[in-house]
Design a protein around this ligand. Structure first.
Ligand SMILES: [Zn+2]
Length: 271
């Protein structure tokens, strides 16, 4: 099951030693992060990586080395800064095998807007799909790599593990085609709702009830040579096919025999 690529806005970072060294990557994990400060636009994070860090900037006298493959904004826009076959500087020791996604957050608890959540599920599911990865196993949090003492990232997903599990389940269900992107419900906004797998309309089974004793046939005709027996009034049988005929139609029953469709002899019902 391959899923549609999400809409991605390309903001390619120039090659530079602080964020895009050009080192090849064959990713086996997808790591999620949060940008660190709620209600700051993802576009500001893109600008910081591409136009500040990439040019060489010092914090406390040391150059900053930082970047991400993708940044997801508060309005759900997905920006891509670095090709998926090159390393970024996002997830410490996991940089050599992980895609890094920075995600903008909102509110005191750094949860996700509905649009951001939907994009995050779509992007992660798509990234897993194209490499045959398992969403439940191969989507990781920054904290899974560096430990809680180093950083709680993404903080909402670290402090709300059941929501993180739901998020990975949503990714897995999208990847498996069990849900569509339009079905995705944000489980992080405090409303207590989660994505549900839509139930496909179950097709009802068609039956007939015999009103008057009538012959059954081995073929879809009324010739006496095809008569193989008789069914009696009151019996009920499963219809598997309706045979359109000139004259009176016939039903093929589950047992393989044919019977008249005439309402004088049989009554149809569905269940
Ligand atoms: Zn992080």
């Amino acid at each position: 099951m391959s899923i549609v690529k999400p809409t991605i806005v390309e903001k390619w970072q120039k090659k530079n030693k602080y964020g895009r060294p050009g080192t090849p990557l064959n990713y086996t994990k997808v790591a999620i992060h949060y940008t660190g400060e709620a209600d700051v636009k993802g576009s500001a994070t893109v600008n910081y990586f591409n136009n500040v860090v990439a040019n060489g900037t010092k914090v406390n006298g040391k150059y900053v080395y930082a970047s991400a493959h993708f940044v997801i904004d508060l309005d759900g826009t997905i920006y891509q800064l670095i090709p998926t076959d090159e390393r970024c500087y996002c997830t410490n020791s996991a940089n050599r095998y992980a895609i890094g996604i920075e995600v903008a957050t909102t509110g005191q608890d750094n949860h996700y807007t509905d649009a951001t959540y939907k994009s995050m599920v779509h992007l992660c599911a798509w990234l897993c799909d194209r490499k045959g990865l398992d969403c439940k196993k191969d989507i990781i949090r920054h904290t899974d790599v560096v430990g809680r003492a180093y950083k709680l990232c993404p903080i909402y997903m670290v402090l709300n593990p059941s929501k993180y599990t739901q998020f990975k389940l949503d990714c897995a269900n999208l990847k498996a085609g069990k849900i569509k992107t339009s079905n995705i419900i944000n489980c992080t906004n405090g409303k207590g709702k989660v994505t549900v797998i839509p139930t496909t309309a179950t097709t009802k089974t068609k039956y007939i009830r015999i009103l008057k004793d009538v012959n059954i046939h081995s073929k879809a005709d009324f010739n006496s040579s095809s008569v193989v027996g008789k069914v009696t009034a009151g019996g009920a049988y499963t219809v598997v096919e309706t045979i359109k005929r000139t004259g009176t139609d016939m039903y093929k029953l589950k047992s393989g025999v044919y019977i008249t469709a005439s309402p004088k002899y049989v009554e149809v019902f569905e269940r």
